[in-house]
Design a binder for this molecule. Structure first.
Ligand code: FEO
Length: 417
């Protein structure tokens, strides 16, 4: 680190002022610091409802040659540059590593490349191509790397591990063997805004809940790719995992790694979910009856109204459920719109190995339960029976059939979960 700040650094400190979170503990180890941004107010991350906000994590590795690992969303470029300026001279930053081209991590790159005149952008070949699609990279100094290549910073080394499809085709981990530190990009992340930066400084149950929700909504379609990632890092000694979102893992690595091993297999619990939307209460009554019927010892049950929850939470509940009843009333000859949207969202996430049934109500025309049934088949789940249907109001006989179907779901959950 240079003792005398550059003019550029002084300009940033003077003009931008200090972040409200500057007193946080941001040091991972000697001369490796978090320089990201805490986004307390974001509640919509490309459609994923982020109830607890998020962070965009970037890290500064100061050595004989200094490297910045990732950047932040474009609107927060000034905050990132201010944090870098507080730690080193801009001229001393020789590398900017881009582990992932998605704009929540690369959006600030154009500003950063402009502000750090001696920096070379380091990324894999695919990432260079994608960055070239997003930004005018013609004047950028880019060095492409591949799995196994290393970059010496002096005392420390950066080792690169390509991790395609976790989360995009160009994604990459960066490992610092001297510190047993893995910069894991989206993997092991959480959309969770906190004033604390480490897993042992905040409520672990909440961190795990957000890590699970993050996995279900961002990583779940790429379980096979996550398995390959685990094979690639199997031989590494890891004491710190620094993801691109949320808190840094230093005390509970076993917990998050074990959870990922379950999630990447979509491993389920003996758990029944009843998810529905209802117009005048008929589908709701059927949902309650199915839930009641599923009340077997050892079976966890949850009832979710799609307009009283969020798609992000529904996806997280589906991740480890075994058996799912999904219902909808009929509206204009089809499913209720939010039921249809939830199923479309789940279809994209591709949760595997679930057993399911459809239910719902109709009046003079059909379409709700039938639409659900067709979508459940599109998702690829095992369909346990023909849709349960009620005309206008469920009769006592139909409610009894719902309870019986619920019991069937519970038995399936015990068998497979
Ligand atoms: Fe956090 Fe795939 O971006």
């Amino acid at each position: 680190m240079a003792d005398v700040p550059s003019a550029a650094k002084l300009l940033y400190v003077k003009n931008i002022g200090f972040s409200s979170t500057e007193s946080m503990n941001t040091t991972l180890c000697e001369n490796i610091d978090w320089v990201g941004h805490v986004d307390w107010t974001v509640r919509d991350f490309h459609g994923y409802e982020t109830e607890r906000g998020s962070t965009y994590n970037a890290y500064l590795v100061r050595d004989e040659q200094t490297a910045l690992i990732d950047t932040v969303k474009a609107p927060f470029a000034d905050d990132l540059l201010q944090k870098i300026a507080a730690l080193c001279d801009f001229n001393s930053v020789r590398y900017v590593v881009c582990n992932h081209a998605e704009p929540d991590h690369s959006g600030a790159l154009p500003r950063v490349v402009q502000a750090l005149p001696n920096a070379t952008l380091v990324c894999d070949k695919k990432c260079a191509e994608i960055l070239g699609e997003y930004y005018d990279t013609a004047g950028w100094n880019v060095r492409t790397v591949a799995t196994g290549e290393t970059l010496s910073l002096g005392r420390r080394t950066l080792r690169f591990i390509e991790t395609p499809m976790v989360h995009w085709p160009e994604s990459m981990f960066t490992y610092v063997p001297q510190e047993k530190l893995l910069f894991s990009m989206d993997a092991f992340g959480q959309h969770y805004a906190t004033a604390e930066r480490f897993d042992d400084e905040t409520a672990l149950d909440t961190v795990m809940e957000e890590a699970k929700t993050y996995y279900a909504n961002i990583v779940m379609p790429y379980g096979k790719s996550v398995e390959k990632c685990f094979e690639k890092i199997a031989g590494l000694e890891i004491s710190l995992i620094a993801p691109s979102h949320g808190v840094i893992w230093r005390a509970h690595l076993d917990r998050i790694l074990a959870a990922y091993r379950d999630w990447m297999q979509c491993r389920s619990k003996p758990k029944v979910l009843v998810i529905y939307d209802s117009m005048w209460g008929s589908a709701a009554a059927m949902a309650e009856a199915i839930l009641e019927g599923a009340g077997l010892h050892g079976v966890q049950r949850k009832l979710i109204h799609v307009r009283r929850s969020s798609f992000a939470r529904i996806a997280a509940e589906v991740l480890d459920a075994t058996a799912i009843a999904f219902g909808s009333s009929t509206l204009n000859g089809g499913m209720m719109p939010m039921a249809a949207a939830a199923l479309t969202y789940l279809e994209g996430l591709r949760p595997k190995g679930k057993a399911a049934l459809a239910f719902g109500s109709y009046g003079w025309g059909r379409g709700g339960p039938e639409g659900v049934d067709a979508k459940l088949r599109d998702i690829g789940w095992e369909i346990l029976r023909a849709p349960l249907r009620a005309k206008y109001r469920p009769t006592p006989e139909i409610l009894a059939e719902c309870r019986q179907a619920g019991r069937g779901l519970a038995e399936k959950a015990l068998e497979k979960g």
